[in-house]
Design a protein around this ligand. Structure first.
Ligand code: AP5
Length: 605
């Protein structure tokens, strides 16, 4: 019987399999019995065809991937059309196992972890396990011939040929790397996770494994979700401070000899960030190999420039068609493509909210050209956004009234917000399309109950805001009360109480006014994040598109010079500064108040 026949039998038997090697492939003469983790169709989700045969499918372990029906394993092929082959290297506790789980979940590669296979041997008390135990417990490398046989055998199984492989923990020495070379086994990418020494030791000492799901936790960084899981966690025998230090030394001694062999394939990644951020970087490396060709889309700008729309987060977003946050957002003026991107993003969210019969809506979008607190604010961009919405509703046969607040107050207190100065006239003179939508389907008005018209289906209120000494909320409330069930959309409202020049801003009824203002739901929210008090560089962004969560993105400069936005957290409600800080620092739990007060990040404005 050939090795492949034996392997096939093993593959259908499910669970850990006893595999007798009787083959002429370059293995050593002695026959061993290996405990390879094999996919068990009866108990595992197809998504978890990876490490061990888990009694629980992976989507139970990761709340981000709740719907197994909709989750699709992406196929990744190398240039020759063969399934992808990946080596992942890194010091002990650099996060190899953690990242491998995520890679396998998304791409379905066969995860071959020498550490996991050896631990399975040890716990089953096999001959190999007994031999390996002593080395492992002392933080030393298991003899090459044992590990190399194991790896070459596993790599010859049919599932590997079909799905590609992800080699974790091998090669660990120059001679192991040579063994791969001799067997003509080459990866398409070699990923190196880079983490500072002190973090590595802390990760080792704090690591705990769930024996049921095999999920890797950390007492501080990745605590278990429930008390039940917490009670059953186990620590690895080699995760003491002393052994972790010795393993790290061994790694450093060996890795220098291995890296030159993969020089042209090496991709070094900063592994010292939240695991999702690290994964986004890893995932980015897989993009050129996507068989489904989810690729960055190049758009041509009016100036002939090109705008990169980052798609690296597409797979994370809950919105299937959303193409990711565009880059170069600090380039002013924004290109037409960037502006259109946001107009369409807002439109899609607004249409969905209206479809869901939501009638009090708020759009808050603060890209630089729409942020009145930045000196690159452009009223024209705001008007274009309004036109896009109004024309789209009009195309659907709806009557739309676009309302801009006029002068408020009397005598010395008369005036209107500076940001709206001239906007009414701009609206009157704008190009409303060839088909004469203006004055038929679209009318222009002001803010107040008297603006309500029976013919109108939707009201768009342009940036309603308090003027110095005057509160717009009373007029708004009267108007929306009169509008009944008609949708009223506030675009970038600024309804916070502002102190008047005379210091006499209406205090009476303040609570009621603010309560009214909060009755509008956000159907779209976008804000760039900067260090507190600065406007450069962009550190990240928050986006919410009805009816999805608020998504927090970190902006990353790719080693190739490109930038991209990667998602690092989701929130059902708009996140607080404290929550943003925590997410950027990779923390799950809330920080203490004292720390929050000196927080690193802040919303701009
Ligand atoms: P092996 O199991 O491969 O151990 P290792 O290489 O030391 O790697 P670890 O499993 O310790 O860490 P990891 O990088 O997978 O990190 P993890 O994701 O778990 O090998 C064990 C032993 O087997 C070796 O010492 C040797 O004896 C033997 N062996 C194996 N291969 C061999 C070979 N080829 N030749 C000879 N002998 C061999 O994460 C670690 C912790 O950090 C976890 O708590 C996790 O929750 C946390 N964490 C992960 N990512 C993050 C993050 N981004 N932020 C915060 N915390 C994180």
């Amino acid at each position: 019987m050939s090795l492949h026949q034996v392997a096939s039998m093993a593959a259908v038997s499910g669970g850990h399999c006893e595999l007798a090697i009787m083959s002429s492939v370059p293995l050593r003469a002695t026959s061993f019995s290996f405990h390879f983790p094999v996919f068990c169709p009866s108990t595992c989700s197809p998504l978890s065809r990876s490490r061990d045969c888990h009694p629980l499918p992976l989507y139970h372990q990761n709340p981000r991937r709740r719907n197994p029906e909709k989750q699709k394993v992406l196929r990744v092929d190398c240039a020759a059309g063969q399934p992808l082959k990946v080596i992942i290297l890194g010091a002990p506790a650099s996060g190899k196992g953690t990242q491998c789980r995520m890679i396998v979940e998304k791409y379905g590669l066969v995860h071959i972890s020498t550490g996991d296979i050896l631990r399975a041997e040890v716990s089953s008390g096999t001959e190999i396990g007994n031999k390996a135990k002593e080395y492992m417990d002392n933080g030393m490398l298991v003899p090459d011939e044992i590990v190399t046989d194991m790896v070459l055998t596993r790599l010859s199984l049919p599932d590997v040929k079909e799905r590609g492989w992800l080699l974790d923990g091998y090669p660990r020495s120059f001679s192991q790397a040579q063994s791969l070379e001799k067997a003509n086994i080459k990866p398409d990418i070699c990923i190196v996770l880079d983490v500072p020494d002190e973090i590595l030791i802390d990760r080792c000492v704090g690591r705990r494994i769930d024996p049921v799901t095999r999920k890797i936790y950390h007492l501080k960084n990745l605590p278990p979700e429930t008390d039940e899981i917490s009670a059953r966690l186990i620590a690895r025998a080699d995760d003491t401070q002393e052994k972790a230090e010795s393993r790290l030394e061994t790694y450093k001694r060996n890795v220098e000899a291995i890296l030159p062999l993969y020089m042209d394939l090496l991709k070094k990644i900063d592994g010292n960030g939240p695991k999702d951020v690290v994964f986004d970087e890893v995932d980015f490396l897989f993009h050129p190999f996507h068989a489904d060709a989810i690729k960055s889309k190049k758009l041509s700008t009016v100036e002939g420039d090109s705008v990169e729309v980052c798609t690296s987060t597409v797979s994370f977003s809950t919105q299937k068609k959303w193409r990711g946050i565009p880059t170069r957002l600090n380039n002013i003026p924004h290109s037409k493509e960037i502006r259109e991107y946001f107009y369409n993003d807002v439109l899609e969210a607004t249409l969905k909210a209206i479809e869901d019969k939501r009638s009090r809506l708020k759009v808050e979008i603060n890209i630089p050209e729409l942020n009145p607190e930045m000196d690159v604010y452009r009223i024209g961009t705001l008007m274009e956004l309004v036109r896009t919405l109004a024309l789209s509703f009009a195309d659907d046969g709806k009557h739309v009234k676009v309302c801009v607040q006029g002068s408020m107050g009397e005598g010395a207190l008369a005036g209107m917000p500076l940001q709206l100065a001239g906007s009414r006239r701009i609206l009157e003179f704008m190009d409303w399309g060839k088909y004469g939508a203006k004055d038929t389907f679209i009318t222009i008005g002001s803010i107040g109950a008297k603006e309500i018209d029976e013919q109108v289906d939707i009201y768009i209120l342009v940036s309603p805001q308090n003027a110095v000494g005057n509160c717009i909320i009373n007029d708004l409330q009267a108007m929306t009360d009169a509008a009944g069930q008609c949708p009223v959309i506030l675009i970038n409202p600024r309804l916070k109480d502002l102190p008047g020049s005379s210091g006499i801003m209406q205090i009476m009824g303040r609570d009621k006014r603010l309560e009214y203002a909060s009755s509008f739901i956000n159907c779209y929210f976008f804000r760039l994040l900067y260090y507190a008090g600065t406007q450069y560089p962009i550190m990240g962004a928050i986006r919410m598109s009805y009816s999805h969560d608020y998504e927090l993105f970190k902006r990353i400069d790719d080693p190739s010079g490109k930038e991209k936005y990667v998602i690092i957290a989701r929130f059902p409600l708009r996140p607080t500064i404290e929550e943003i800080n925590d997410a950027f620092e990779g923390k799950i739990s809330r920080r203490s108040k004292e720390k929050w007060a000196s927080g690193l990040w802040s919303f701009f404005g």
